[in-house]
Write a protein that binds this ligand. Structure first.
Ligand SMILES: *Cc1c(COP(=O)(O)O)cnc(C)c1O
Length: 386
């Protein structure tokens, strides 16, 4: 019997090694990994520059508390500030913790109590971020929730226009909803949310835990739409697999988080910061991101060309290498077939196949994946018509 709480639906597969986009299981079968640890391994498995930086730090000093100066933390923060156009960073250990920090900062800064979020959103599993998440199945059995979260329909411009209450500390949202089904926010909707925040004196909090760190071809997804968030959160891809999160905020917010207001024992420790610095130095580079944009545009176009005409496929959506294939029916079986054929993908909602390859995926690997996708989804068609 397993000694683990069964909080995950685990596959009967153990991955034992990985390099770039390829992973191998304990039976020696290799796969193209288009899950990448759920948008974590943005530089692929075992990226040389991050490996070197962490190894060097392992030989120097693993952990000191935030009672001391940590210059790597300053350097990593500077890179994040530069990439986001914001001014200050708080480091923590996960996406949920980054959102926790954002929620606390927004409440303390504005002196207001309510945070608005959206249906089908996902913001984490801690008490406050679970409460922020607009999905009943995630709340089930845990009530009463943290008060003062309200959920609006996503991409509903009218619903945003009609917000009136004056005790709103912030509006928090994903630019593309990840777990909720790879739902891109429309430009009019996103702009309306920003406008509403300004009107109400509420903070615009953008959860970039999945969309950030180059995933969509820009450092952060809000940059595709010219938004000006007050707070941005990041985690997944930030440390290339080293567990780390960050909350990034505007200059006006800095003094709200004075000494003693918030903290984390592990947050920003030297090992994590070595991983973050090396990751950002590679990803936050114009030519790297241009290449991500170029490769992903071609890939999305060929997915549309090959798949959208199939009766099982409703739509190919997403941006950069955050891609959803919206099916007419459940995604589960297709995902199993893809896996048997050597391509690892994951669901988003019940009917979307989500593709999150490493940003370093090669054109050859993208072609291979396309062939597997075509064959696996067609095979279903062949079976259905039998
Ligand atoms: C994964 C995710 C989180 C939670 O991150 P953890 O590191 O699992 O706590 C929060 N927001 C979004 C958008 C995510 O995709």
């Amino acid at each position: 019997m397993s000694c683990l709480f069964p909080t995950y639906n685990r596959l009967d597969i153990e991955l034992v090694s990985g390099k770039g986009t390829k992973v191998k299981d304990s039976n020696g079968k290799t796969y193209l990994d288009f899950i990448a640890g759920i948008a974590v391994c943005n530089l692929g498995h075992s990226p040389a520059s991050v490996k070197k930086a962490v190894e060097e730090q392992l030989d120097k000093l693993w952990h000191v508390s935030n009672l001391f100066q940590i210059s790597l933390q300053e350097e990593a923060a500077k890179l994040l500030a530069g990439a986001s156009g914001l001014d200050a960073v708080f480091f923590c250990n996960s996406g949920a913790e980054a959102n926790e920090a954002a929620i606390k900062l927004a409440k303390k800064h504005t002196g207001k109590t309510k945070i608005l979020t959206f249906r089908q959103s996902f913001h984490g599993r801690t008490f406050a971020t679970m409460s922020a998440t607009g999905q009943e199945k995630i709340h089930s059995g845990f009530g009463p929730l943290v008060p003062a979260f309200e959920y609006l329909p996503y991409n509903d411009v009218e619903a945003v226009r009609e917000i009136e209450a004056d005790d709103i500390a912030g509006i928090m949202l994903e630019v593309i909803q990840g777990e909720g089904g790879v739902n891109p926010g429309t430009e009019t909707f996103l702009k309306e949310v920003e406008k509403k925040c300004r009107e109400l004196g509420a903070l615009l909090i953008i959860d970039e835990v999945q969309t950030g760190i180059g995933r969509t071809g820009a450092p952060f997804a809000y940059q595709h739409h010219g938004l000006h968030p007050d707070i941005v959160t990041a985690a997944k891809g930030l440390g290339s697999g080293f567990p780390v999160g960050a909350m990034i905020g505007r200059e006006e917010l800095i003094s709200t988080f004075s000494p003693g207001t918030h903290g984390s024992t592990f947050g920003g420790n030297p090992l994590a910061m070595a991983a973050v610095k090396a990751t950002l130095e590679t990803i936050m580079d114009d030519s790297f991101l241009c290449e991500v944009k170029r490769k992903s545009k071609l890939f999305i176009q060929s997915l549309k060309d090959k798949l959208e005409s199939l009766p099982q496929v409703n739509e190919v959506k997403g941006e950069g290498f955050m891609i959803g294939i919206q099916l007419e029916g459940e995604a589960k079986e297709s995902i199993e077939r893809l896996r048997e054929n050597g391509l690892l993908t994951l669901p988003a909602g019940p009917d979307v196949i989500r593709l999150l390859p490493p940003l370093t995926v090669t054109e050859t690997e993208l072609k291979e994946a396309l062939t597997i996708l075509e064959q696996s989804i067609n095979l279903q068609e062949a079976e259905a018509s039998r």
